[in-house]
Design a protein around this ligand. Sequence first.
Ligand code: C2E
Ligand code: MG
Ligand code: MG
Ligand code: MG
Length: 285
Amino acid sequence: YSKENGRNCFSFYFEALKTDSNRVLKLDSELRKAIENREFTLVYQPKINTVTNDIVGIEALVRWNSEKLGFVSPAEFIEHAEESGLIISLSEIIFDLACEGNHKLVAAGYPKIPIAVNVSSIHFQQQSFLESVQTILERNNTSAQCFEIEVTERTVMNSAQETVSKLVKLKQLGFKLSIDDFGTGYSSLSYLVRFPLDVLKIDRSFIQHICSLDDKQAIVDAIIQMAHRLQMKVVAEGVETSQQVELLKSMGCDFIQGYYYSRPLPMKELIDFIQFWEVEHQGRI
Ligand code: C2E
Ligand code: MG
Ligand code: MG
Ligand code: MG
């Protein structure tokens, strides 16, 4: 019996591995085709100023609806793109789409709302990163002032010296700079001080239980104080309830992003949302 069980166990494990590697193979070949055919779109999620209610920016998030695989989450295909080197061409497609998004925003009358683009650490670390981004902006007739670049805490913690000089150059070009997923990557304070960052985004994992867990509250409170001392603005990510909004406001959090205000939307719907929002709050952006 035990032998039999052992074999079943093994073959079960083997089957799981096989399905897994089948998935990776399919993902790989579909992703290559998708990049060739540029089958990606961007959706945009607004960030709201907690004091003025202005929309201070929107974050671009990539979407891929594959003919064969259906909807694939960015977490899955970005990771695969990073491991296979496809991320460089994918990043260029994403930047191109973000430039298109910017043209649509300008045409709709909102030239001052910057679009935040997530940058993969693999792309960021390429020697040609700055050049490739500049080329894309020029090709699309847009300027760095219209964009914000989101790098994750993990990206900037990799190699301090090179990172500092790259960030400084991006800043000189006119990009706003954000550090994404803050709190998940063991960053060193001494690095943080040296980076010319404008915005710190507190990871959703801290926001999720902020109303029920005192330790999460203490951490978020401390991060906000620290960021403000370093002249950075703070975005809370993944905000879903009015209780979270109220608590974050009371802690002095500058901006809020999350389903509570809006899910990420296609540009057309996002523009409708902005128009609705302006009427609702009778403010100008
Ligand atoms: P991220 O940059 O931290 O993006 C925030 C994620 O949280 C997005 O997931 C967004 O849809 C989701 N989100 C926003 N508000 C809420 C909320 O209230 N509740 C919950 N539960 N979730 C919320 P998404 O679009 O699935 O993206 C996941 C991650 O994939 C991103 O995390 C980013 O790291 C990566 N990613 C997405 N788009 C791109 C891209 O264009 N380029 C690169 N390099 N990475 C991207
Ligand atoms: Mg982000
Ligand atoms: Mg994040
Ligand atoms: Mg994230």
